[in-house]
Every structure is written in structure tokens, then in C-alpha cells.
Ligand binder design. Sequence first.
Ligand code: ASP
Length: 337
Amino acid sequence: MKKKVLIVYTGGTIGMVQDDNGSLHPFALDRIYDAVPQLKNCSYGIDSVTLDNIIDSSNMTPSMWVEIAEKIERNYDDYDGFVVLHGTDTMAYTASALSFMFKNLSKPIILTGSQLPLGMLRSDGRENIICALEIASTRLAVIPEVCIFFESHLYRGNRSTKMNAENFDAFASYNLPSLARVGINISFREHLFLPMPTEKLQVRKHFDTRVAILKLFPGIGPEVVGAVLNTPDLQGVVIETYGSGNAPTEEWFISAVEAAIRRGVIVLNVTQCKAGAVKMRQYAASCDLDRIGVIGAGDITIEAAITKMMCLLGQYPDDKEHVKQRLSQSLRGEITE
Ligand code: ASP
């Protein structure tokens, strides 16, 4: 039987057109078929749906993640795979969020986009969309994961990060090799795929956005740290620490974090480094954090850390201990264990 893929179009450069001043704006999906006519006669069936508002992904919100997830959930049984066309700016956040929303996923959800609009001659969008569709519909391997396809590589979505605003290879996955590489052939690294689930799909749809990211820098002072940690109603904070999870050992800093933890704020330690992991207590400069109850998040990306925190807080609003426990574990292959 012919395989079927559903495209969920959200906007982004891939479908944008230039206005008279040269600025790029999202445009309707039909233009995509004009720009890639090959899509009309490929070996698998393609249908498409569009978000209520197509956006530059800088305007992405958790309620739009729910809208994307619901479009996939509603069509889940009728398609073999899903391709989400998305702006690159927040693609790694959306891919991470979707990975935590879909529990027991048994079909591929592949996000892709482009650095140049499809309508432009040199656009990278044509190759990205065609490869994403091929992988979503292939009989060679079923990838039960949320992924990002970009410039020859299929990455695990919650391991990806946008690292280049100029080049066509805009994404990287520093702590996990890509799941597939596209050359003359598509080589799948099946040993890296998440296991096929045995239970039924569940979709989490609640996010708690009362969270913050606090990035450390030499010279950061009590006012800035206090302003973030004393945000009214704050439920969780990701601290972007140095190296393998190190932070200032000064008394004012440790007491500010400790006071927040006592008030019930969950504090997660994620490194500013692109590659490598937080290892609490490797240096004396992380011992105090460990002592006061900061949670080490291993080699998670910042995009995965903040979306995972919002998703878990949304799902277990009355069970902070459970949220903390889940934050320190890998749920969807986002942490190397
Ligand atoms: N600003 C665009 C967006 O993220 C960039 C892109 O799509 O590449 O929507």
C-alpha cells in the first residue's frame, strides 16, 4: 500500500516571500507546491494542514506546540509519518517540546525548514523538504522519534541546536551523532534510534511557563540573580553554568539559589558548553549547588531543558518531587545515561 505523509506547515523562511522593502514574511502553503512541483508525483501520498496563523518562528508559543501536536494526534492513525515545516530560529525548541509531548511515539515526526525561501533559486528548502518526506515515508527504517532534518543530517530533535544563522548546515547535535545521513544513499544509524514503544500513544498538552533561564557570566551580580530568582510565582529555573556544571562559590550567590529552592523553585544545572555534560561535584565549584538541591541535567541542551521543565511542571502541577526526579532522567533520549 502507498505510504502517506502529512505536512504540517507552520511558517518560517521556507515558505516566505519578500515584501517591497526586502523583508521576509510567511506565505501560504500552495506556494510550496509551485516551488517543488516534484512533490505532486512522488511514490507516497502527501496531504497538508496549516496552523491557524503561519508565523516567523520567533513568535512560537507553547499553545502553538499544542496546536501542532493536536493536528498530528488527530491524523495519527491515517499517516505513516509527519513533516513539520518550521522556521529555523526556534525549531530546536519545538522539536524538543514535541518530543516530550508525545509519549510512546511509533512514527516519525520530522521538522525541517530552510535558510533561503523555497522560491529562491539557490534555496536549501527543496532538498530539505524532499529528504524529510523521503525519510518520513521510507520502508527502510521507521524512526519512532521527533527529529530535525537539515542539510544532509537527520538529528534527534531534543539533541539539536541552531548554531549557524548564515550557513546551510544550520543545526548540530553535539552530544549524539546524527540518526541518519543523506548522500547518494540514506544511511540510517538504527542502533541510535529510540526503541519502538509497545504501548499506546499519549499526548501531553500542558505547559507551565512560569520558568526562567539564568545565564552566568563573570561579573553577574546579586541584582540580576535576585531579579530572576525572585520573579513572582517562579516554579523552575535553568541555570546555564560553566564547564561541567560550575558556578560562583560566593556566599551571596549560593544563598540566593538556596532561598529559591526553599521556596519550592526547581533549579536545574545545564552547562553553557555546546558539548559535554554537567558532572556535579567534579569540581569544588559545583559541590555547593549539589548540597543545596540543584539538579544536574547531564548533557541536555538548553532547548530541551527548558521545554522539558515546562512540560513536566504542566503535567504534574502538584508533584514537584516527581518533576525533579524526571528532570534528572532521560525521558526521550535527551540525556546520555
Ligand atoms: N526567522 C525565521 C524563522 O525562524 C528563520 C528561518 O526560518 O530560517 O521563522
